[in-house]
Write a protein that binds this ligand. Structure first.
Ligand SMILES: *Cc1c(COP(=O)(O)O)cnc(C)c1O
Length: 357
């Protein structure tokens, strides 16, 4: 076995997908399952499609192309507004693309017409989080203009919250989106979907306070990890044991808890802080900041504390662990969204995809 290794729990992922599909479909909400944190893993996307999600979303065109090459038929949504330089790939491979620039929409339309196609677009509106989208006060005019551009079909409008500014989706900002949708429709422009949110907006469905008129959700973190980082919570009806990271101990020694010598900066340019707890049993595991941020590692065993890491070494305090350890033993961790993203992206972390196929 090769380490570090990321194990996948198919049953837990299936549970989350089934619960979310039902939750959305009971409310007549179209569900885009977002697989970007898995780098567009075709086995996950296939499982989602088999369980009834409506579309697969990813932020990278490379991942969508990978899923197409794996013979998945989608439909696929490109979540990151496209670069002009990737438009030929978008028109060839993407069913619905998120947009926020008229210039890009024109370029998409031109490319689509060249191939006798129509490109479906979902126009993003910024209702306050300050990431992508036309500022809400200017949205109606800009989107009506976009809908008149040749070669494109306005599939829907949407917003994204809780990602850049950390703004929490609310009845107010969702109503703002619904009002914009109505104003566009009053100008004689029709479209299918008002795409309200990501994981941070799920609680509006749970509480039953989602404004009428929102009929699309794009969900990643909740389905993959059962967590909601924006609202700092876990979903009691979803499972969090979907992924496990395993790492191997390469050194196990008793050492002081405070370094000897004058302290400058660590390998990452940070100033480390140490609490003097006397002599402690420390384990070094063979994984580092290049693979996973150490503050995103959550030890499964009680009595293990993650102390700090440099690029290739992560140091743990294992003094309070009840069972005895030896060099070569494997320790297990759950991961935050950020840590999972990095681990998936690291070529040094072995992925347990065979566990689900
Ligand atoms: C990543 C992303 C999502 C999914 O967000 P989660 O918080 O993982 O549910 C939805 N929409 C867009 C535009 C995204 O980039």
């Amino acid at each position: 076995m090769k380490y570090p290794r990321l194990l996948v729990n198919k049953e837990a992922l299936e549970h989350n997908a089934k619960v979310i599909v039902k939750m959305c479909h009971d409310m007549a909400i179209e569900l885009t399952a977002v697989v970007k944190v898995t780098c567009g893993e075709p086995r996950i996307a296939k499982m989602y499609l088999d369980l009834g999600v409506d579309m697969i979303g990813d932020s990278r065109i490379e991942n969508i192309i990978k899923m197409r090459h794996a013979n998945l038929k989608g439909p696929f949504v490109l979540l990151r507004i496209p670069m002009i330089s990737e438009i030929p790939d978008v028109v060839e491979n993407v069913d619905v693309v998120l947009v926020s620039e008229l210039h890009t929409v024109s370029a998409l339309g031109k490319e689509a017409l060249k191939h006798g196609k129509t490109q479906k677009i979902l126009y993003m509106i910024d209702v306050g989080d300050l990431r992508e989208g036309v500022w809400y006060e200017n949205a109606v005019d800009e989107i009506v203009k976009a809908s008149k551009i040749g070669g494109v079909d306005l599939y829907g409008i949407g917003t994204n919250l809780g990602c850049y500014g950390g703004v929490i989706p609310s009845e107010e900002n969702m109503n703002l989106l619904v009002n914009i949708a109505n104003a566009i429709k009053e100008r004689g422009v029709s479209f299918k979907v008002v795409s309200g949110g990501n994981t941070a907006a799920l609680y509006l469905i749970e509480k039953g306070t989602l404004p009428k008129g929102i009929n699309g959700y794009r969900l990643g973190e909740s389905m993959i990890l059962g967590t909601d980082v924006t609202n700092n919570r876990t979903f009691p009806f979803l499972r969090q044991d979907t992924f496990t990271l395993q790492a191997e101990i390469i050194e196990l020694k008793t050492k002081p808890s405070v370094p000897r010598g004058k302290i400058g900066r660590d390998a990452m340019g940070r100033i480390p802080v140490f609490e003097d707890l006397g002599e402690r049993l420390k384990a070094i595991i063979a994984i580092g900041e290049q693979d996973v941020p150490s503050d995103g590692l959550k030890p499964i065993d009680k009595g293990v504390t993650v102390l700090h890491a440099s690029s290739d070494h992560t140091v743990l305090d294992v003094t309070d662990l009840k069972s005895s350890l030896k060099v070569g033993d494997i320790l297990k961790f759950r991961l935050t969204y950020n840590a999972l993203l990095r681990a998936m992206t690291s070529p040094y972390v072995d992925k347990g995809w065979s566990d689900i196929s």
